[in-house]
Design a protein around this ligand. Structure first.
Ligand SMILES: C[S@@+](CC[C@H](N)C(=O)[O-])C[C@H]1O[C@@H](n2cnc3c(N)ncnc32)[C@H](O)[C@@H]1O
Length: 315
């Protein structure tokens, strides 16, 4: 996207909604030199935070991940982003093919040395319908064993906390006050408007929470906007059960947990009543979940097992 397009999008947002001066305006960018050459224009347009998809600090792995940038470009882009924007973050993927815990420890330290106030660190997941999925199931892609990945996760928590970047979400780490505001909105199950090809939104109006989906293919999206002024593909009223499920799936990712009062205020219903079950009692007793008067959270022990916890909590 050109700086000019970003500028026009932001102007339109400010025209249609209240845009406070201190609003976080994040742009996701690839760390190629072409993209980095636009940072100045993005900042001039009003972007005040950038998130770079670095993925790996090893050239060989960037190739294997099918990425267009190399490590030298990444380091240059990180440094330029720090000069160009008040806040920045970058993403890495770990538990990659052939990676050992010791390899990741060295790479993670390099990342921390490069980082500003925020880091996203994801374990590689193999998604159905991708080339990786096929390679993995044909035995052509060897990934670290589950125990090794778990050890990498533990190490990540420890090293980042010691460096002053504790986790505030399963895969996200920040210096206090540097948490990503837009991501917190999704995890806290706030409202958001989704504009652009494939974008999802959650909007409360006429007494109902609605899930909006935009047309996925950019060409279809453009055509929709040109002919009817929007490219909304679907608007669905979310029943209470779906809202509770989403709030749980999102909120348990956060170290702060689910805000029970906020759920009651937006939906008028008690999440605790919805979640009352012998399974949840057991997870509380065995220390995978914990509760205070305002929050239900996954503990340090529970968070890495969230997917399994969710199958118990939301049968
Ligand atoms: C919302 S995604 C952004 C997608 C982005 N366009 C990309 O290039 O991957 C945020 C981050 O998810 C991570 N990610 C993408 N694919 C992944 C996978 N298969 N497993 C784990 N993390 C992944 C990357 O670090 C990416 O920067």
């Amino acid at each position: 996207m050109s700086g000019k397009t970003v500028d026009q999008v932001l102007k339109r947002i400010a025209h249609n909604w209240d845009l406070p001066d201190q609003a976080e305006i994040t742009l996701e960018a690839n760390p190629t030199s072409v993209e980095a050459s636009k940072f100045k224009d993005f900042a001039a347009a009003g972007v005040n935070r950038v998130s770079l998809g670095i993925q790996s600090l090893r050239d060989q792995d960037l190739k294997a991940l099918g990425r267009e940038h190399d490590v030298a470009e990444s380091q240059a882009a990180i440094k330029l982003a720090q000069k160009s924007f008040p806040r920045m973050s970058f993403d890495l993927i770990y538990a990659r093919m052939g990676q050992t815990v010791a390899d990741w420890q060295v790479e993670l330290q390099e990342a921390i040395d490069l980082a500003a106030g925020h880091l996203s660190l994801y374990q590689l997941t193999i998604e159905q319908g991708t080339a990786f999925y096929n390679a993995f199931h044909r035995g052509k892609l060897i990934l670290p064993e589950e125990e090794v990945s778990a050890e990498m996760y533990e190490l990540t928590q420890q090293v980042c906390a010691d460096a002053g970047l504790p986790a505030y979400e399963i895969s996200n780490h920040a210096r206090p006050g540097q948490e990503s505001q837009h991501n917190l909105t999704y995890w806290r199950y706030g409202e958001y408007i989704g504009v652009g090809p494939g974008a999802h939104g959650r909007l409360f109006y006429e007494g109902e929470l609605r899930a909006t989906v935009q047309k996925k293919k950019p060409e279809d999206w453009l055509k929709g906007v040109a002919t009817s002024g929007h490219a909304t593909d679907d608007v669905e009223i979310l029943p209470l059960r779906a809202q509770a499920e989403e709030a749980v799936m999102m909120g348990l990712r956060l170290v702060e947990g689910i805000n029970l009062e906020a759920f009651r205020q937006t939906t008028g219903h008690s999440l605790e009543a919805f979640l009352a079950s012998p399974q949840v009692e057991t997870l509380l007793e065995t220390g995978f979940l914990t509760k205070d008067p305002h929050h239900l959270k996954a503990t340090e022990k529970g968070r890495p097992l969230l997917n399994s916890l969710l199958t118990e909590i939301l049968p």
